[in-house]
Write a protein that binds this ligand. Structure first.
Ligand code: AQP
Length: 334
């Protein structure tokens, strides 16, 4: 039976790429009736130093973003990673299965470590191994993610295969990434060659879920584009990454195909398209922002939801971890 797992780091505010590429898809999967487990990966967040108070706030805000976007903590399991100790425990075992060379090839490691890899944390290097543990601790079969996480899910598959091979078992499933829809890679509003990211130093490069209507409209108005009108077909956007990005965002928000968006706006300039996109975005995002504010007013209730989710997650994880220990030869006599 299929089981879905995915996670998001509690760093800064959620941006539109996280929403369209991840959260919105998470909710669709929940609503399709599949078993869904969604995590706030706070142990991943601390691979880069986080102010402790900011981390707590970002964790609660991310929980609120999930719920405000339609995630139902009764139908899905929603929790923060550090409350289920199995993630760190299985992560250690996978550190001993994965190879340094595999980690070295990860493009996110290369990007985030920057020029001075010597100064990056050991945790940042091992990030994909912990991510494999997040997924395999639940024997998850499907992982909805944006395009940028594809390589890490593939590494999860490699770890499962190597573990099964090393211990001559058929224990961990070979997980499928699920990368679907018009917005699997939302690009920066300032640079069509960079993905939209919550940690981009330029706030104008992204739409935050917490932005008010005026800010959203202004950011789309100032978004970098060329000066050509929209073409008749998608073919005409081939060498126009900024224009293509705005069309993709529109399509994902309106739940249309990019083809249909282009057909509707063919021949129109950005003077028309950008305000239409801003109105659409505000109509979809402002109810989420309002609901987030309401939820954030009761942090104790958010903590209660996370605690309840952690207990349910742990109940699935514990037997799988116990079997893993047994397979590896680690004695548990309590
Ligand atoms: N631009 C994007 N387009 C589509 N999907 C995206 N995701 C991230 N950016 C885009 C997806 O969001 C999920 C959660 O991401 P994460 O918080 O684990 O870290 P990330 O991928 O590194 O996201 P950010 O926003 O760029 O965060 P920072 O700046 O903190 O590193 C994933 O499914 C991801 O694919």
């Amino acid at each position: 039976t299929p089981r879905v797992f995915s996670g998001i780091q509690p760093t800064n505010h959620l941006q539109l790429g996280n929403y369209l590429g991840a959260v919105k898809r998470f909710v669709e999967m929940q609503n399709s009736g599949i078993e869904t487990i969604y995590c706030i990966v706070d142990l991943h967040a601390i691979t880069v130093w986080q102010d402790p108070v900011d981390l707590q706030n970002a964790t609660r805000e991310l929980a609120a973003s999930y719920i405000a976007s339609g995630l139902d903590p009764k139908r899905s399991i929603l929790f923060n990673q550090s409350q289920v100790p199995g993630h760190a425990e299985l992560g250690w075992i996978f550190n001993c299965v994965a190879r340094m060379g595999w980690m070295n090839r990860m493009t996110q490691w290369k990007d985030k470590a920057g020029k001075d890899a010597e100064k990056a944390s050991l945790g940042l290097f091992a990030y994909p191994s912990l991510m494999a543990a997040d997924i395999l601790l639940y024997h998850a079969t499907h992982v909805p993610v944006g395009e940028d996480q594809k390589q890490h899910v593939e590494l999860t598959r490699d770890i499962a295969i190597k573990f099964n091979h090393d211990f001559k078992v058929d224990f961990f499933p070979v997980t499928q990434p699920v990368i679907e829809g018009a917005a699997t890679r939302v690009m920066s509003l300032r640079d069509g060659s960079k993905k939209m990211s919550k940690s981009d130093p330029s706030d104008a490069s992204r739409i935050n879920l917490t932005d008010d209507a005026d800010t959203v409209a202004q950011k789309f108005r100032k978004a970098r584009t060329d000066s050509e009108p929209l073409p008749e077909t998608l073919e005409g956007l081939k060498d126009r990454p900024e224009a293509r990005n705005l069309v993709n965002i529109y399509a994902a928000l309106a739940e249309m195909t990019p083809e249909a968006v282009v057909a509707e706006y063919a021949g129109q300039g950005f003077g028309t398209f950008k305000p239409a996109l801003a109105d659409l975005a505000v109509s979809k995002l402002s109810p989420i922002a309002d609901e987030m504010k309401r939820l954030m007013a009761d942090p104790a209730e958010i903590d209660r939801i996370l605690g309840d989710g952690a207990a349910r997650a742990n109940a699935i994880a514990e037997p799988i971890l116990a079997q893993t220990y047994d397979i590896v030869g680690l004695i548990r006599s309590r």
